[in-house]
Design a protein around this ligand. Sequence first.
Ligand SMILES: *Cc1c(COP(=O)(O)O)cnc(C)c1O
Length: 377
Amino acid sequence: MSSHSAIKFIDLHAQREKIQAPIDAALQDVMSHGQFILGDEVKQLEEELKTYTGAKHAISCASGTDALKLVLLTKDIKVNDVIFVPSFTFAATAEVVAELGAIPYFIDVCPDTYNLNPSSLLAGIEEAKNKGLVLKGIIAVDLFGLPADYPALQSIAHKNNLWILADAAQSFGGAIGKKRVGNLCDMTATSFFPSKPLGGYGDGGCIFTNDNDLNDLTRSLRAHGTGADKYDHIRVGLNSRLDTLQAAILLKKLDIFDDELARRQHIANFYAESLSPKFHVPQTPDDFTHGFGLYTIRCESQQQRDALKAHLNDNNIPSVIYYHRPLHKQVAYEQFPQVNQKLPVTELLCEQVLSLPMHPYLEDNQLEFICDTLRQS
Ligand SMILES: *Cc1c(COP(=O)(O)O)cnc(C)c1O
């Protein structure tokens, strides 16, 4: 029998043990001062997030989905306008587009990075133009924590007069060169859902931008479209503020974030050394820093993947399939267009990928056990 403790896919409990005292004290402070909506902790968190990411503005809000939506609300989107999105992602990426009556136009991803494929995007742009549609923008996803190829995407966007919104829900802490996620693109949305790299104890999200107008607009929109004062409404907005209690928690989690990120990177290196070449391990292009929100390997076939998942389960090792079914094959999204009417890489990945336990509190003896179990399969 193994001597390690129970392995969790993501271990929020271990993290809580480490920072319980400062978090409890911070929560007590909020309950004492009583500014539950847009209290000082929210402002302080926004300041610290600006410093951390290098972005000029950080606008916190109620969720990662709302962060995406708030940006889209500033973009004058009309019914049937096209926004290019990957299909190999969480539903929120396409949901915010469809909800506004626009068309999420599905693009394929790269087989090595799992992020938007620039040549598939180019094909999608041609195709959508030929259909006479109005093209507005692109939502690029930093899947599993790896930043999308923003330099390549930006040159395509620029030539075609499109904007890019980064869906960085899984990649806080990632970077390209010395620039961190939040400052890789004109507009970035991230999530503080509990299981994300920087997660609260409930829902939360944030927009990052260097654009002063976008800052003003999204701040107004997140609080009912307010103008100069609280009861002056100059546009139709929504209620999407980050709770002061969540901000207080996130401030304490940000204090240990770099240590956690380093630990995630250690774990990723450990996995890569033990599992390659038997499995395809995540590839990080030169100059990119992977945030390792998730650690996802790829098998040779669906049969091998499913057998592997069962074998891990028999050994009490949790694993999850992100994503079992691409968005273009989901009931809510199957009517929307896909480039070339088929996304072969996305479909193959859905059959072959498997995400392994990844959190900063995985111990080396647990990692050894996971890797031994995988190698025996
Ligand atoms: C989690 C996630 C979101 C949504 O974030 P919420 O905070 O849960 O609303 C959006 N996009 C991607 C890629 C995600 O993983």
